[in-house]
Design a protein. Sequence first.
Length: 378
Amino acid sequence: MSSCFLKVLNISITAGWLVLAVVLLRFALRKAPKWVCCMLWGLVALRLVLPFTIESRFSLLPSGEPVQTGSATAASAANLQTATVPHEQIVLHSGFAAVDDAVNSVMTTAGTDTIASIQRAAAWIWLMGVGAMLLYATVSFLHMKHKVRASIEKERNVYVCDDVVSPFILGAIRPAIYLPSGLDEKSRAHVLAHERAHIQRLDHLIKPLGFLLLSIHWFNPLIWFAFVLFSRDIEFACDEKVIARLDVEGRAAYSHTLLAFSRLGKAITVCPVAFGEVGVKERVKSVLGYKKPAIWVVLVALIAGAAVAVCFLTAPTPAQTAQLYVEDAPLPSYERPWPKEPVKGGGENEVQPEPEPERPTAILNLLTCVDQQCIEAD
């Protein structure tokens, strides 16, 4: 289980870099269609799902496997011309030499038994966190099923319930729309258009899958941040899909419906995908100021998304990683120093010859061979 946790930890760390890149690109592509942002979060989900990475010289990641142990550590140490650590030791290769030196020095001083105990404890804590998140999702789903048990079906897969205060979708195989009672016809039309847009986009499947990934990587605050932004972006994308067919008056009426069903301060939930759930103020501004994006904006957004995928879904090659550490490491000096001439007569003032620094065996053998060849040449 410890090895499984280390694998998840490495995936989560590398995905964190992709989250930061998507956040910056999301801010830069404010004029692009909102579905582009959802596509970018799909890249993050892909990174969290794939158990492997493809090496590429275009990768901008500092390291493809930041936390290494066992034989992988020994191989990396050989490539970086550093001492090999014990098999049980954990070594950080984040790509930042200062951070690596500080963490690895602590890891080296700690005993292997201590490191192994910490590793097992961290794995159990991670597993308990995953179980707690999945339990919350199950309880949330069962609570909503119990809450709508007395609902009345008004049309196919559309139900009205007195016990709900905001529209939502429930169900994965057969998604159903649940509406609060007392809706006027105009608000009801807007709500149904929004919720059906969710179903057409398969958000009733995508959002629970996103919550599942969040459950696995619950220890990473960047993944929480990504899930919050993802939840906002799917609402923006559905709003955009609906208002593209409305005129100015229709958008104003849609905004009033948003405000009527806004629920500020609502906790993150896996079920349901609720209308007016998050970011109501920003969504209203987006609805009222909507303009159809130009084709060139869409093309630029797609090219930028492809560039992010190439640079952050791939891992650097071993040569790139080794070069990074070689550039940060101090250059060793193997020059043969000339010893100072000792002062004749001895005594306290006698200057002793400076000892020759220790050299690695391979370099010492190389120097010996060179000396022998020079003697034979003479």
